[in-house]
Design a protein around this ligand. Structure first.
Ligand SMILES: Nc1ncnc2c1ncn2[C@@H]1O[C@H](COP(=O)(O)OP(=O)(O)OP(=O)(O)O)[C@@H](O)[C@H]1O
Ligand SMILES: [Mg+2]
Length: 148
C-alpha cells in the first residue's frame, strides 16, 4: 500500500485536489472517499467531476445512492452508501457493472460496502483537526502497489 498525506486549508483546496485526481483518472478507476459528516467528501467528488470535464452540478447523492454523470471525458458514477442498510442493496442497482465499467467510480461512505469494493480502489480519507482551524483537512490517499 502506498500512502500519501496532504493537507488542505479550505474547500477550494480540496476541490482543486479533486480536479487534479479527475484530470488523471482512467477508465475503471475507483475512489473511495472516507470521512465524517462534513469532512469534505462531496467537495472532493465535485472536484473530481470538474477534473473529468463534467459541467452538470454534482450534489450529494445521499437520497439516490447513485448518480451518473455522462457529460465529461469519462462517465462518473457517484455513489453514496450512507443510507444502505445491507451491502446487497448495491447489487440490486448493478454496482459491480459500474465498478468494472469504463467510467470512474467515486464512493462516499465506502465502509458500508467495503466487502464489495475491488482491491484496486484508491482510498482517500479526509479528517478534521479542529486544533488547526475549521477549514483544515488532512487528506490521506492510499493506493495498492502497482496502481498508477
Ligand atoms: N479543507 C476543506 N475541505 C473540504 N471542505 C471544507 C474544508 N474546509 C471547510 N470545508 C467545508 O466543509 C463542508 C464539507 O461538506 P461536504 O458536503 O463536502 O462533506 P461530506 O463529507 O460530503 O459530508 P456528508 O457525509 O454529509 O456527505 C463544506 O461546507 C465545505 O465548505
Ligand atoms: Mg457528501
Amino acid at each position: 500500500m502506498e500512502r500519501q498525506t496532504l493537507e488542505t486549508f479550505g474547500a477550494a483546496e480540496t476541490f482543486a485536489l479533486g480536479e487534479k485526481i479527475g484530470r488523471g483518472a482512467a477508465p475503471g478507476d475507483i475512489y473511495c472517499l472516507e470521512g465524517d459528516l462534513g469532512a469534505g467528501k462531496t467537495v472532493l467528488a465535485q472536484g473530481i467531476a470538474a477534473g473529468l470535464g463534467i459541467t452538470e452540478p454534482v450534489n450529494s447523492p445521499t437520497f439516490t445512492v447513485l448518480q451518473v454523470y455522462e457529460d465529461g471525458r469519462l462517465p462518473l458514477y457517484h455513489f453514496d452508501a450512507y443510507r444502505l442498510e445491507e451491502p446487497e442493496e448495491l447489487y440490486e442497482i448493478g454496482a459491480e457493472e459500474y465498478f468494472f465499467g469504463q467510467g470512474v467510480s467515486v464512493i462516499e461512505w465506502p465502509s458500508q460496502i467495503e466487502e464489495l469494493i475491488p482491491e484496486t480502489a484508491v482510498w482517500v480519507c479526509l479528517e478534521k483537526d479542529l486544533g488547526r482551524g475549521t477549514e483544515y483537512r488532512r487528506v490521506t490517499i492510499c493506493r495498492s502497489e502497482g496502481e498508477a
